[in-house]
Design a protein around this ligand. Structure first.
Ligand code: ADP
Ligand code: MG
Length: 327
């Protein structure tokens, strides 16, 4: 793996001699030559039209926060209910800019070794054994310099994004699933775009990645994390936007029918449900209606297909009762 990040030696590591890394110099030069500017979007409107061209339908606020995140070089924290297009936004920004997407999927128990980096222990061990077999008395400090070098470092998504020689989008998905301790690991990456590795040094990025964090709001994130980010709340879309999302995701779907779909979903969301239908479910429902060849939405049809929109039996029963009452 080419090390594109600039490496500053960690204090106390001066004993460790390091080979000059030719790849590293080449890669940073390449990044500079590519002219990766500090920003690339000309205006929020342009962000909007480029996102639409990539198949993502933003509202004005989404376009403007993406624009600012790029201009200010700040990560964007996207919060909101599940299935409202948070992950899709980061993917679409990668698609529209032609940047590579590096994704860190967060989960409970995710640790430093899976998020940042780890040392390739078995390879280190093999090197030590080979060294011992070759020499009577291997020089430990030389060996140490060797086994804590680039070759033995396994970069996980955060380090990979920092070291990437090419411009990337870093998606830290569902950050609210991390425990508070692991969340703290993100702070250095998010504020300085660098990673400190005690045995190796500090790896600094040569390009500012576009960073998106998503959260389903399952817990409050730390103030320290929020301070480093721009904040974007994505709620369920307004009916016209949801209609347009359906039209863009379900080819050939009728415009009037799409409007009705958005209206029904909106009224279901107003009920007191365990899990309100998300945009993904709206799309699934529209696809179902399309497969069934439905021309118009009648109450019985809604009741019969509620299981596509709602995923709890109690929610289905509640919605059925409500639909029958309003018939
Ligand atoms: N603004 C949007 N434009 C186009 N598709 C969208 C939009 N918002 C949501 N979607 C659709 O909804 C699905 C779910 O979105 P996703 O980003 O996975 O939700 P979450 O907010 O849970 O990360 C996506 O696969 C996408 O098809
Ligand atoms: Mg998501």
């Amino acid at each position: 793996m080419a090390g594109a990040g600039q490496v500053h030696r960690a204090e106390g590591q001066d004993r460790v001699s390091r080979r000059p890394d030719a790849n590293q110099a080449d890669a940073s030069q390449a990044a500079n030559q590519a002219g990766d500017p500090a920003y690339r979007f000309a205006s929020p409107d342009l962000v909007g039209s480029e996102l639409r061209a990539a198949g993502y339908l933003p509202d004005e606020r989404i376009s403007s926060v993406v624009y600012l995140g790029d201009r200010l070089g700040k990560p964007v924290l996207v919060e909101g209910p599940a299935g409202t297009g948070k992950t899709e936004l980061a993917k679409s920004v990668a698609a529209m800019t032609g940047r590579r997407l590096i994704r860190l999927q967060c989960y409970e128990g995710l640790d430093e070794a899976k998020a940042l980096y780890e040392w390739n222990y078995s390879k280190q061990l093999l090197r030590i054994q080979a060294e011992r077999a070759g020499h009577e008395r291997a020089d430990w400090s030389e060996l140490q310099a060797d086994i804590f070098g680039e070759e033995f470092l396994l970069a996980r998504p955060l380090l990979a994004a920092i070291r990437a020689p090419d411009p990337v989008v870093l998606l830290i998905d569902e950050v609210d699933r991390l425990d508070a301790e692991t969340e703290a690991l993100l702070l250095e990456v998010l504020s300085d775009y660098q990673v400190s590795i005690p045995e190796f040094g500090t790896v600094t990025s040569t390009q500012t990645p576009l960073v998106f964090l998503t959260s389903n709001n399952s817990r409050e994130l730390s103030e320290a994390l929020k301070r480093r980010c721009l904040y974007l709340y994505i709620d369920y879309p307004a009916p016209e936007r949801e209609r347009d999302i359906v039209l863009s995701r379900v080819p050939g779907f009728d415009v009037t029918l799409a409007g009705q779909v958005a209206g029904v979903v909106r009224s279901l969301r107003q009920l007191e449900l365990k899990k309100r239908p998300s945009v993904s479910e709206t799309i699934d429902w529209a696809q179902t209606l399309s497969l069934l060849g439905v021309q118009e939405i009648a109450t019985d049809l809604v009741i019969d297909t509620l299981h596509v929109l709602l995923k709890h039996q109690s929610d289905i029963e509640k919605a059925t009762a409500e639909l029958q009452r309003s018939r």
